[in-house]
Write a protein that binds this ligand. Structure first.
Ligand SMILES: Cc1cc2nc3c(=O)[nH]c(=O)nc-3n(C[C@H](O)[C@H](O)[C@H](O)COP(=O)(O)OP(=O)(O)OC[C@H]3O[C@@H](n4cnc5c(N)ncnc54)[C@H](O)[C@@H]3O)c2cc1C
Length: 301
């Protein structure tokens, strides 16, 4: 059997694409190895009608919606290789070596992120330390917060977080990433900057209590934010020849089409903008419409 569309990734982007293509009666398999970036968080916010849903519940609800459409299957597995077979057909290989053929494919694999190099930070990430104030700022509002950043987003992020809490300390973990002019701007608002190396974070059950510095000093903080570095989770987009922007995201048009004919991308892996569930879902919808529209035009040729 040749699929109309193979979708790699079962986050909001891939799931929305599957829903739209299922409702168009297209033969689709969505492949997902179920390792989304947001799995660490307890609740997701800002998706209208689903504010406060857990990431697991969000996916379960999406699977329920999709199960109504018999031409769509969801397979829990990892795609390890994709290549173009004869003509315009793609061959996808799973981690078990099983091949699937498809006319089109949507890459919706999300992104891989690296956190600042601070001892124990993973214990707090998604519980009291987050990466996006729109997602989790409300829950931390007006609390004593820390922003831990080792990259050039520190200044911008500090200004953003200030909207949710004026009691903010920026820690750069020994890195000089904030210029003197930027420092003056932040200090004028009462934001404190600490450039010394961090020894560890301390707290319990993921709830931050203190940031401890290598020089033995410490500050009490009940939560905060980090700036992360994001990259493609694997080489699949690259191996297909997809063009990426300077942040490593796949460049697409409004209907998710990449520069490679038959390859579409949606969600974090493609977006040049905020990483949000609702935005990823919308992009999945657009890519599905791109796929269905292109297939339809080909069928009318
Ligand atoms: C800690 C944290 C909290 C967040 N909180 C919020 C929030 O409150 N509100 C909000 O709107 N956004 C939030 N976000 C952002 C949001 O989670 C992302 O923007 C969104 O999940 C992106 O959707 P996506 O479909 O592009 O990718 P993802 O949701 O990351 O899904 C990609 C899927 O593709 C799978 N995959 C990757 N490679 C392969 C492969 N080779 N084969 C098979 N499957 C593969 C992955 O395992 C994963 O399941 C948060 C992010 C983080 C990190």
């Amino acid at each position: 059997m040749i699929l109309d569309c193979a979708i790699i990734g079962g986050g909001p982007a891939g799931l929305s694409a599957a829903l739209v293509l299922g409702r168009a009666g297209r033969k689709v398999i969505l492949f997902d190895n179920d390792q989304p970036r947001n799995a660490v968080t307890q609740k997701s916010h800002g998706f209208i009608t689903r504010d406060g849903v857990t990431p697991r519940e969000f996916r379960n609800l999406a699977h329920q919606d999709i199960s109504k459409y018999p031409s769509v299957q969801i397979k829990k597995c990892k795609i390890v290789e994709v290549k173009r077979e004869k003509g315009s057909i793609f061959k996808l290989i799973t981690h078990e070596g099983k091949p699937y053929l498809s006319k089109k494919m949507i890459i919706a694999m999300g992104l891989k992120e690296s956190l600042p190099n601070v001892n124990g930070i993973r214990d707090y990430y998604g519980k009291s330390i987050f990466s996006c104030p729109y997602c989790d700022g409300w829950e931390l509002r007006e609390q004593p917060l820390v922003l831990i950043s080792e990259n050039n987003n520190a200044f911008h992020m500090a200004k953003m977080v200030y909207q949710w809490s004026k009691d903010l300390v920026v820690c750069t973990n020994g890195n000089k990433i904030i210029s003197e002019t930027e420092e003056q701007v932040l200090k004028r608002k009462g934001i404190i900057i600490k450039e010394k190396p961090i020894l560890k974070l301390s707290g319990s059950d993921g709830k931050l209590e203190k940031v401890v510095f290598e020089d033995g000093t410490e500050i009490n903080r009940s939560g905060g934010f980090v700036t992360t570095d994001l990259e493609q989770p694997n080489d699949l987009a690259k191996s297909l020849g997809c063009e990426v922007n300077k942040n490593g995201r796949v460049i697409v048009d409004v209907l998710g089409r990449s520069n490679v004919e038959g390859v579409y991308a949606a969600g974090d892996v493609s977006v040049v903008g905020p990483s949000q569930l609702v935005i990823a879902a919308a992009q999945g919808t657009c890519a599905a419409m791109g796929v269905n529209s292109d297939l339809t035009m080909e069928e009318f040729k």
